[in-house]
Design a protein around this ligand. Structure first.
Ligand code: NAD
Ligand code: 022
Ligand code: ZN
Length: 375
């Protein structure tokens, strides 16, 4: 069938919106009509050419929501009409990783997904007879796409596609980092570095978990009202504090009889390796946990003195907020419908597919929290 898609033709070039051909679902695959998709940093990282694993031509996009149109042979968990969110971290429930219960990084289709093809090694997309690659197993920058059954979460049909698409990456990553990875408890203190789409979702996750003190750190003062909107209690601008950001934060988190200071939990939501170090060192001696969420550029390294770890701090990282997609994503959609979490105000821009490159520009300028393409 003919579908409308934004194609990444080559590194550094704008996306080209055109018609491509999509083959129907093979065994254990599902054809989905994508109704809305967010635009996220990883799409830009790949499009820019900075991603060494980027493949062209490809249909990018990994933050979507839509409706099942057709299921292939052997598909049992989904039927036409079901509302779904694509999962760039699938959940097969059978591989050693899924069975371990210790990680969400399912390995069932990992290698083919990284190569931009379906699990059988072929692509469903073509343009003028030439192969076009899938992306992160999702390719949501097309109004129809094919995914493996294990890469789809079935969600409550009452929820609006143009809002819950954000659960496909940003919302789940931020909230999941708090609940699944850090396991923040009631009354905790926390510092969030970077108040973009991820940091704001960490903040609302901290509010949900019952944290007492939620400190937001951002170079951009315009982010202060955004943080406050979702539960931030204190804002720190590193440019005002100068060289001594870490001691400043440690001092700010001294409470009651505790004269050591440092936050119980810190989160890097910038992708900057210097910030990752600040986040670790601003966590509390003896028990502080620091979670790396931001994705740094290829080849970058983090460093600190081993003393920081020997004295009881834990450095950890998270992919997709540690969420098991088919199990956890439907719950997050229900939390949204129940009013436990907010999404609507974070979607600052909505556009048709034809204007998708404007969404990338808004992300570069820092003007948007999230841009969503509605088909
Ligand atoms: P964003 O660009 O919207 O936000 C980043 C914020 O950090 C901005 O507000 C910026 O002003 C601030 N910032 C930059 N440098 C800073 C510094 N030195 N100190 C303090 N603040 C600083 O980005 P986003 O959409 O929120 O994404 C954040 C990161 O999370 C990206 O690296 C993205 O790739 C990553 N991410 C990771 C996962 C995962 O599963 N681990 C999932 C989604 C996104
Ligand atoms: C999503 N991300 C950043 C912004 N939006 C993002 C990028 C990469 C990962 C997670 C979120 C990630 C962390 C660890 C891995 N990935 C490796 C997983 C594994 O090896 O099992 C990752 C993922 C998918 C892909 C590449 C890297 C891909 O499909 N190409 C989850
Ligand atoms: Zn993303």
């Amino acid at each position: 069938m003919d579908v409308r898609a934004a194609i990444a033709v080559a590194a550094g070039k704008p996306l080209e919106v055109t018609t491509v051909q999509l083959e129907g679902p093979r065994a254990f695959e599902v054809l989905v009509e994508i109704k809305a998709t967010g635009i996220c940093h990883t799409d830009d990282f790949t499009l820019s050419g900075a991603d060494p694993e980027g493949i062209f031509p490809a249909i990018l996009g990994h933050e979507g929501a839509g409706v099942v149109v057709e299921v292939g042979k052997g598909v049992t968990s989904l039927k036409p009409g079901d509302h779904v969110i694509p999962l760039y971290t699938p959940e097969c429930r059978e591989c050693p990783s899924c069975l371990s219960r210790k990680t969400n990084l399912c390995t069932a289709i990992r290698s083919t997904q990284g190569q931009g093809v379906m699990p059988d090694g072929t692509s469903r997309f073509k343009i003028n007879g030439e192969k076009v690659h899938h992306y992160m197993g999702c390719s949501t920058f097309a109004n129809y796409t094919v995914l493996p059954e294990i890469a789809l979460a079935k969600v409550n049909p009452a929820a609006a596609f143009d809002k819950i698409c954000y659960i496909g990456c940003g919302v789940t990553t931020g909230i999941g980092a708090v609940i699944n990875t850090a396991k923040v408890e009631m009354g905790a203190t926390a510092i969030v570095f970077g108040l973009g789409g991820i940091g704001l979702n960490v903040i609302q996750g901290l509010r949900l978990a019952g944290a007492d003190m939620i400190i937001g750190v951002d170079l951009n003062i315009d982010k202060k009202p955004w943080g406050e909107r979702f539960g931030m209690t204190h804002f720190v601008n590193p440019l005002e504090v100068g060289e001594d950001l870490v001691p400043y934060l440690v001092n700010l988190t001294k409470r009651g009889a505790d004269q050591i200071g440092g936050a119980d939990y810190t989160f890097d939501c910038t992708g900057n390796t210097k910030v990752m170090r600040q986040a670790l060192e601003a966590s509390h001696r003896g028990w502080g946990k620091s979670v790396v969420i931001g994705v740094a550029g290829a080849g970058q390294e983090i460093s600190t003195r081993p003393f920081q770890l020997v004295t009881g701090r834990t450095w950890m990282g998270t992919a997709f907020g540690g969420a098991r997609g088919r199990t956890d994503v439907p719950k997050i959609v229900d939390w949204y419908l129940d009013g436990k979490i907010e999404i609507d105000p974070m979607i600052t821009h909505v556009m048709p597919l034809e204007d998708i490159n404007k969404g990338f520009e808004l992300m570069h300028s820092g003007e948007s929290i999230r841009s969503v393409v509605v088909y």
